[in-house]
Design a protein around this ligand. Sequence first.
Ligand code: UDH
Length: 286
Amino acid sequence: EKHSLSSNLSDSPFATEGITEIVTNQKGPLHVEFSSVVNLDKLIEEGSVSPGGRFRPKECVSQQKVAIIIPFRDRELHLKYWLYYMHPILQRQQLDYGVYVIEQTGADLFNRAKLFNVGYAEALKEDNYDCFVFSDIDIIPIDDRNIYKCYDQPRHLSVAIDKFNFQLPYPQIFGGISALSKQQLLKINGFSNNYWGWGGEDDDIYKRLSFRGMSISRPDLMIGRCKMIQHERDKLNPPNPKRMTQLSHTIQMMDKDGINSLSYSVVSSEKSSLYTRISVNIGSPP
Ligand code: UDH
């Protein structure tokens, strides 16, 4: 039996309460490691992923169309691991999905949240996605029951990372991997475009969500286990010294800083066999 069965006939794709999902393709805990170099040839030859990193299950119709958005610059090796491990997991989860790597060009400070907004806007130009998973390139779930889809409430997926001893570092944390429906994103005007450098942007997202009356949904600490690829801090992503001050103004800023103020230009867009790479100019910090 390969189909995903529901015990309840709710017509909302985000209604999860009271629904038992039986997805027998899933395996539970997985082996994931980053010590040997991975080869993507087999995955490409297999042909299950369509150009641009699109997939939809043959056995059923997925409830949601999911765009996976990855903020990116100069992490080619991490991208290989991500594709190698994630495509098989996402396929077993029977998702209808597309993978968008949003690459910041130039040598300005990195801006993770603005790249998320760009990914949202660009994915919607391509298809009518109703769920957006925002993922760092260097975090892989090690249990495939951690589903990359949207829920009634914004979802935090990377809850138990090896780097943090498989614990949640603090209850409001919303960094790493998260999933928001189009509706949830529109309620908060997307994300801030103004966090240049490392830190703060994820807490800003949490504040936006809670100011709009939403709460965080999470898998438990076993299903939510993830591994992170160890790396040094990127030169162009030093801690943002303004982040604390910025975070004290989220409530005043959120209606004018976000999807409605987003400005960028696409430098190039390329559909390769396992993902779509969109390189963008997102401007410079003030
Ligand atoms: N990212 C890039 N390129 C960059 C910076 C960030 O692609 O130059 C993306 C990537 O998807 C990454 C995400 O943004 O997963 C988050 O950035 P990060 O991995 O640098 O953030 P994290 O908090 O690490 O995971 C901070 C540096 C830790 C240094 C530890 C030194 N021992």
